[in-house]
Design a protein around this ligand. Structure first.
Ligand SMILES: [Zn+2]
Length: 132
């Protein structure tokens, strides 16, 4: 079982700034706007092109989507990609977009937990999914 880090956008911001000297998602200091407790028992989270939106889950299958720093890092990386890639969100380019978001999401968790590839559990969203 992995260590839980309740995420915040600050971890993602710090990751991109300290490793890539990137100033926010657009590299121009944009504010990271986030809506939490979206809807009623909403079972997902997403970057809508302008801000993050997090549901609380239904408490059965999903817990709050803010329960994992890697999920937050994943979603905010979609924001970075909006400014840095031409990956249309469909078919193979959409799959690459998701893959990059997963890769950066887990790296953000590893940096916060001071882990490397050998000590990381490599799990994304393990606390969001109520599998215990
Ligand atoms: Zn995604």
């Amino acid at each position: 079982m992995g260590e839980q880090v309740i995420g915040c956008s600050g971890h993602t911001w710090e990751f991109y700034y300290s490793l890539f000297e990137r100033n926010s998602l657009d590299n121009a200091g944009m504010k990271i706007i986030q809506t939490i407790h979206y809807g009623t028992n909403y079972q997902n989270t997403f970057w809508n092109g302008k801000q993050m939106v997090y549901g609380d889950g239904d408490g059965k299958i999903f817990a709050s989507f803010t329960s994992d720093i890697d999920v937050i890092g994943h979603e905010l990386t979609h924001g970075v990609q909006q400014f840095e890639t031409n990956l249309e969100y469909k078919d193979e380019s959409g799959a690459l977009n998701e893959s990059l978001a997963d890769g950066f999401g887990i790296m953000i968790k590893q940096k916060v937990l001071n882990q490397d590839a050998g000590t990381s559990d490599w799990l994304i969203g393990e606390n969001v999914l109520n599998w215990r």
